[in-house]
Design a protein around this ligand. Structure first.
Ligand SMILES: Nc1ncnc2c1ncn2[C@@H]1O[C@H](COP(=O)(O)OP(=O)(O)OP(=O)(O)O)[C@@H](O)[C@H]1O
Ligand SMILES: [Mg+2]
Length: 250
């Protein structure tokens, strides 16, 4: 879905573990809660915990694990980390390959799932692993079961974060309660908008744009994808008139 402001709710570029240029705005409670879950033992006794992050498109599901993935405490806590972007087409071979490559930092072209899973098993054996499976849509339990099989060889305390728009997918994969992501607060939304609209320089030199800027943020209903895209669009149009016309179009 492409809007007049030029942002799209469906992702076409695969996600990576790298955090965006200006970092992660706000979400302090969510970061804290997820960090605690990652660094603590699963009280339910599962060897590998699966934590789903659920929410609508563009709400910031991928951004949170990107932040966690790059945090030094997480890097120190886990022996191995891997990032795989799944998306709509669920192909166990392709995803296993992505995981293997991410774990070993090596390109690995192999079409044999048995060999690939055996290699994964060896790589994961006894290691505390942190895996991010970004953008999972598949509700097929059997396929999920095959994908996660090598992970049972990881050490106790290993964690998998799954991001998904779908509550049923979250229920299927979770061993810990799913984390539902809410819209950003208005103030965090404004911080995000400010960074993009004024190229990280703050509203200081453009105080005449603050009021209409805040109205634009309010109308974005806490959706970071919309806020960021509008900020990026408006940074080249620094007049009240142009901002007002975008506000009306919104
Ligand atoms: N807290 C945040 N701080 C800064 N930027 C953010 C924040 N949350 C989201 N964004 C930005 O908003 C955009 C959408 O976020 P993200 O990709 O995480 O959404 P999503 O929920 O994973 O969407 P989808 O369901 O389409 O995968 C991204 O460009 C991201 O960089
Ligand atoms: Mg995403």
């Amino acid at each position: 879905m492409e809007t007049s402001a030029g942002y799209s709710a469906s992702q076409t570029i695969p996600s990576t573990s790298l955090v965006e240029e200006f970092g992660v705005c706000g979400r302090d409670d969510e970061k804290e809660t997820l960090m605690k879950l990652l660094l603590s033992d699963d009280q339910s006794g599962n060897k590998i915990s699966v934590i789903p992050i659920v929410g609508m498109g563009g709400i910031g599901k991928t951004t949170l694990p990107q932040f966690l993935y790059n945090d030094d405490r997480v890097k120190q806590h886990f022996d191995l980390q891997a990032w795989a972007c799944v998306s709509e087409k669920f192909d166990v071979l392709r995803i296993s390959q992505q995981i293997y490559e991410s774990l070993t930092s090596d390109a690995f072209f192999i079409m044999n799932l048995d060999l690939l899973q055996s290699k994964l098993k060896v790589a994961l054996m006894g290691k505390r692993i942190f895996l991010v499976l970004d953008d999972l849509w598949n509700k097929n339990y059997t396929e999920w079961d095959v994908l996660r099989r090598p992970f049972q060889f990881g050490a106790h305390g290993s964690k998998i974060i799954v991001t998904t728009r779908n509550q049923d997918v979250a229920c299927m994969v979770c061993t810990l309660e799913a984390h539902r992501l809410r819209p950003m607060s208005e103030e965090d939304g404004w911080l995000l908008f400010e960074k993009h609209a004024f190229k990280n320089a703050g509203v200081g030199a453009y105080l005449h744009l603050e009021e209409i800027g805040r109205q634009i943020v309010r109308k974005s209903n806490g959706l970071p994808l919309a806020i960021k895209s509008l900020g990026g669009l408006l940074c080249s149009k620094l007049t009240v008139g142009e901002w007002e016309s975008i506000y009306i179009e919104q």
